[in-house]
Each structure stands twice: as structure tokens, then as C-alpha cells.
Design a protein around this ligand. Structure first.
Ligand code: CDT
Length: 308
């Protein structure tokens, strides 16, 4: 057995006025709880340090940039790194990254158990739109504020297994998991902020949205025989509801833990990475069963083109 005790650290809402310092204090409380529950690795949500600011339409770039981190760790986040090192817990969390040469990414990092950053991922599948959309019940302006990630879907071996990262909307795309599956991934960790209502289809509420969340994560885990740890930021942020439903899914695609609140909540599960082997050596033994000669359209065509 090769067990990683993983903590899914769901976070409740962060209001627009909340400071980074206040949020980091909450993250440290979750880290302490994860330590008491025996965690080796803690996974926090997408854009964990702030409210989900892409719901707000902004034209002033200085106002936009105030939501971004130019260094990591920085003074506000350093206490989290210090406590993680003290507890010997590896971390994954998301934040808005502004690079020295002016690029904006929706980013997640992985630290090792000594608090060193050992991996970085930048969100590839950005949902939403660029301009203010009067047809929507709320705005989702990720395409306005971020560039698509430029790092692909790497995996890392530093933490005792083969681990990869994704962010929110990435979990709905089979390509996300498969590119990592082709590198032997044993665990995918991801955070999300998902509105409880579909802005373009108000009848689609939280029950159906949670169904899609489970469906996407469970399919990714099963079809690539890996663990998936998916962690929400949830609850009502300045009047805008995000669903919870953080979950840990095993390599058979079964849910082994699921959050029951829309607040700060920690789930800890011992994940045996050797449990990924059966699926990888049988039905999803890619080397024996994949037929790449028929998959060319996946990388040569972006949108669907029906036949004439
Ligand atoms: N943050 C994020 O990626 N949220 C999306 C909402 C999609 S609706 C524009 C998600 O896939 O959950």
C-alpha cells in the first residue's frame, strides 16, 4: 500500500471586503484540523485567497490587478506556508497570478511537506466571456481577466505518488484527465468555484449542477483509474451562491467522501495509490487498448463540424 492521507479543505464564502490575512487565518484553521485528522496533503479551492472576483465587471486594470498575487508566498500567505511546514503537510491551492512580465493566470501551486513550491499549474479551460453580458443572470468574466494556461497538464512525483492538478472548469473536460492519465497520474487534485445556478439557464439549479460535478469527477477518475480530489469554495459571496459538494473519488469512480455543508469543512481520506493499478493494468491499460490512429480529430479540430 502507498497511502496518502488527503484532506479536502472546502472553504465557505469569502466576501469582497475580506482581507487576504483573514482568509489565510481560516486556511490555517483548516490546516490545523487536517493535521489533527492525520493529513499528509491538503487541497484548497480555486482562487482560495479572495472572493470569486470574475463575477464582477471591471474596466480599471488597477482594480483588476488588486485581486492578483505578484509573488508567492507573499507576506499575507507566508503564515500558511509556515504552519504547513510545521505540520509537515503538503498543500495545493489556487490564486490569481500576475507574472513579472504582465501575464494574468488562474493558477494553482503544489508545495511539498517542507513548504517548498514544487509544482505550478495554470488553468487551461477558462469558462465564461469577455464583455458584460446583459442576457446572463450573473457575470462570469474569466475570459476577460485571465489568459489560458501555458503549462499544459504536467504531473509531479515529489509527493510519494504521481500527482497532477486541474482547476474548476477543467474537470468537465475528458482531455484534462487523459493527458495526465497518459503520464500515469495516480491522483488529480482540483479546486472549484461554481455558481449554484446556470447564468444562461436559470431553471438549472443546484441539484443538477451537483449532478454534473459528480458525473465529471467520477468519470475522470474511473476512465483513468486515478483518485480525484475536488474541492469547492461554497456558500453565498456578496449575494452570489456557489455550491459545495467537495468530493474524493476513488479509482473505481466511487465517491468515498463528500462535503455536507456550504462552509469551511475538512474531509480526510487515506488514498492508497496502489489501488490505481488494477484499472491501469486491465480495462484502462492504455498501451494495450487505445487506438490513437482514430483519435486525430481530438488534437486537430477544436469545434464540432457536422458532415455536409
Ligand atoms: N470557476 C469555474 O471554472 N466555474 C465554472 C462555471 C462555469 S459557468 C460559466 C465551472 O465549470 O464550474
Amino acid at each position: 500500500m502507498r497511502v496518502i492521507n488527503v484532506a479536502a479543505a472546502q472553504m465557505g464564502p469569502i466576501q469582497r471586503a475580506d482581507s487576504r490575512e483573514a482568509v489565510v487565518a481560516r486556511m490555517i484553521a483548516l490546516l490545523d484540523e487536517a493535521k489533527r485528522k492525520g493529513a499528509d496533503l491538503i487541497v484548497y479551492p480555486e482562487l482560495a485567497l479572495t472572493t470569486f472576483f470574475p463575477r464582477w465587471y471591471m474596466e480599471d486594470q488597477r482594480e483588476v490587478d488588486a485581486w492578483f498575487e505578484t509573488t508567492m508566498p507573499n507576506a499575507a500567505v507566508q503564515p500558511l506556508f509556515d504552519r504547513a511546514r510545521q505540520h509537515s503537510i503538503a498543500m495545493n491551492f489556487g490564486y490569481a497570478e500576475l507574472t513579472p512580465d504582465g501575464h494574468h493566470f488562474n493558477t494553482a501551486i503544489m508545495t511539498d511537506r517542507d513548504g517548498n513550491i514544487v509544482g505550478k499549474y495554470r488553468k487551461v479551460h477558462l469558462p465564461g466571456h469577455v464583455e458584460y453580458d446583459t442576457e446572463r443572470s450573473h457575470q462570469h468574466l474569466e475570459k476577460r481577466y485571465f489568459e489560458p494556461g501555458d503549462l499544459g497538464f504536467p504531473v509531479w512525483r515529489n509527493l510519494g505518488g504521481i500527482i497532477g492538478m486541474a482547476i474548476c472548469n477543467d474537470r468537465r473536460w475528458p482531455e484534462t484527465y487523459r493527458v495526465m492519465g497518459l503520464q500515469g497520474v495516480e491522483m488529480v487534485v482540483l479546486g472549484y468555484n461554481t455558481p449554484s445556478v446556470n447564468a444562461q439557464k436559470p431553471a438549472e439549479g443546484v441539484t443538477q449542477r451537483l449532478f454534473h460535478n459528480r458525473l465529471s469527477v467520477q468519470a475522470g477518475a474511473y476512465q483513468n483509474s486515478c483518485w480525484v480530489v475536488a474541492v469547492a469554495k461554497a456558500g453565498v459571496e456578496d449575494g452570489h451562491a456557489l455550491f459545495g459538494g467537495s468530493l474524493i473519488v476513488n479509482p473505481d469512480g466511487e465517491i468515498v467522501a463528500e462535503a455536507v455543508t456550504e462552509g469551511d469543512e475538512v474531509l480526510v481520506v487515506p488514498c492508497d495509490l496502489d489501488a490505481t493499478r488494477f484499472g491501469k493494468e486491465t480495462i484502462f491499460d492504455f498501451a494495450r487498448h487505445r487506438r490513437i490512429e482514430h483519435y486525430g480529430l481530438i488534437t486537430s479540430r477544436t469545434g464540432a463540424v457536422p458532415p455536409e
